[in-house]
Design a protein around this ligand. Structure first.
Ligand code: ADP
Length: 485
């Protein structure tokens, strides 16, 4: 059953709507006080009227009881003045009067029915014993009963009791009228509250409709710099629209950077193709006149361009693989870092010798860290390659391994040409080169540092470069020793 009910509410969309909830809240807030007020009012009237009636009947009964004590009614019940007084009083309250003597014998009943009978009700007994006034009400039969002691003034003894019952019809009739009238008021109030709830729930939420409309109206060509949709009605709607603009700006940025990337990729890929085209065209045009030596030379140049094209494509693939900071593809393993760095030194020694650059390695302390060997090797290899490539004859490249409490610290320093200060933050951008032609000449693709940075970010590490033009550059890489740090 519960499942059925909850599935019903889950499926009914209006139940989840804020508009419906506001409607309900306003309805309850308006309806419950009206209902309580009605209840309190009627109850208040009834209690007050009842108390008033009780005190009135009690007073009257006490007066008559005093009168009875003075006239010695117990020995002679034929006293017409007293009897008239009793009849009058019972008529006044539309009730009945009983006079009881100290033997619990009813010596007078204004109805005449119970005269001569004994009465042993608890009220009469406690009234006789404690000489207290007693009162009780009977809601169902709509009457109240007052029992007062009849006290002999001379001796102070209780010599009997007077029981007066009075109809409460008047009070109940008034209560019914009051209840009917207040019900009418309540129905009117409820209708009013429903209207107010409907009006409030729809007007309060109108700005949110505007937000939905505004967001819906956004077409493909939304330009966050130029187009602007404002819903300033509430702080919340303004915040939503601000967040929306922010999102659109981010998307525009991503779009622009993707377009720029595609443009750069096309340009980079076209350059080697253009060279190959020129080289092959000149061979074709030269025909038989081209000697074997020139042929070989041109073909070598074409092969170099093919290598270059290959390198760009491979770099792009590594970049795409590591892009977006997706850590799923990373395989971390706790391992010594020194062997990895030493292997890199070994691999790059021929290149360093060819460039007449000295390669140095210093392990300040053995360091074990959780790393993906392939990706870290690629990152540090790019740094070392750059340090050799952008160096001078007779220069040096030094790689150090160290660690502090939480991080492995690898530095790659060189005695090369350095990086100008204004470029230091841009060198990680894809295809950025400080000196385009020089970089191309020495086989750069402009992607190396972008790959390096991505690989290090995948390790949740950081990279920083400091450089003095003409003196050299130092790249510092910090990698957390454990992934969870
Ligand atoms: P490239 O393939 O052109 O080397 P990178 O992304 O590896 O591309 O480097 C970007 C640019 O940063 C390089 O073109 C070069 O101008 C500069 N650079 C990188 N490392 C060094 C270095 N050690 N010394 C001087 N300049 C460097």
């Amino acid at each position: 059953m519960r499942v059925l009910i909850s599935s019903f509410f889950h499926n009914v969309r209006f139940y989840r709507s804020l508009r419906f909830r506001i409607f309900l809240i306003v309805l309850f807030v308006g309806f419950i006080p009206a209902l309580t007020m009605r209840f309190i009012m009627i109850r208040g009237y009834e209690t007050r009227a009842m108390n008033q009636k009780i005190s009135e009947v009690t007073n009257q009964s006490s007066i008559v009881a005093a009168h009875l004590a003075r006239t010695d009614y117990f020995s002679d019940t034929s006293d017409s003045i007293i009897n008239d007084e009793l009849i009058q009083m019972s008529n006044l309250y539309d009730g009945r009067i009983l006079v009881i003597n100290d033997d619990f014998l009813i010596i007078k009943d204004t109805y005449g029915k119970s005269q001569g009978k004994y009465i042993v009700s608890s009220e009469v007994i406690s009234c006789m014993n404690g000489s207290r006034n007693m009162s009780s009400t009977d809601e169902e039969n709509r009457y109240l009963e007052i029992t007062v002691p009849i006290v002999d003034e001379a001796t102070g003894n209780v010599c009997g009791a007077l029981v007066a019952s009075a109809s409460t019809d008047g009070i109940h009739d008034n209560k019914d009228v009051l209840s009917r009238r207040s019900r009418v008021v309540q129905v009117i109030l409820t209708i009013l509250v429903v209207f107010i709830a409907l009006a409030l729930s729809s007007t309060l939420l109108r700005p949110f409709d505007k937000v939905i409309k505004a967001v819906d109206s956004v077409k493909e060509g939304f330009d966050p710099g130029v187009d602007s949709i404002e819903v300033p009605d509430y702080t919340e709607t303004r915040d939503i629209m601000d967040a929306f603009h922010h999102l659109m700006s981010r998307m525009a940025e991503v779009d622009a950077s993707r377009e720029e990337f595609v443009a750069n990729v096309s340009h980079e890929l076209k350059t080697p193709l253009a060279s190959m085209k020129v080289l092959s065209d000149s061979l074709i045009q030269g025909g038989d006149a081209v000697d074997a030596e020139t042929y070989r030379e041109f073909m070598q140049d074409i092969a170099a361009e093919v290598d270059r094209e290959n390198k760009i494509i491979n770099n792009l693939l590594s970049l795409v693989k590591m892009g977006g900071g997706n850590e799923d593809g990373i395989e971390l393993k706790l391992q010594e870092l020194s062997p990895i760095l030493q292997q890199l030194i070994k691999t790059l020694t021929p290149l360093a010798e060819q460039s007449e650059v000295e390669l140095l390695y210093e392990e300040k302390m053995p360091v074990e860290a959780e790393v993906d060997e392939t990706k870290l090797s690629l990152a540090i290899m790019n740094l070392m390659e750059n340090a050799i490539k952008y160096n001078k004859k007779g220069g040096w490249v030094k790689v150090t391994l160290d660690s502090d409490v939480q991080f492995a610290v690898i530095t790659v320093s060189d005695s090369g040409m350095g990086i100008p200060e204004e470029s230091i933050n841009k060198i990680y951008d894809r295809f950025y080169r400080v000196d385009k032609s020089h970089s191309r000449e020495i086989g750069g693709t402009g992607l190396g540092l972008a790959i390096t940075r991505n690989a290090i970010l995948l390790h949740r590490g950081a990279i920083k470069a400091s450089s003095i033009v003409g003196e050299g550059t130092t790249f510092t890489v910090r990698i957390p020793l454990r992934k969870d740090i």
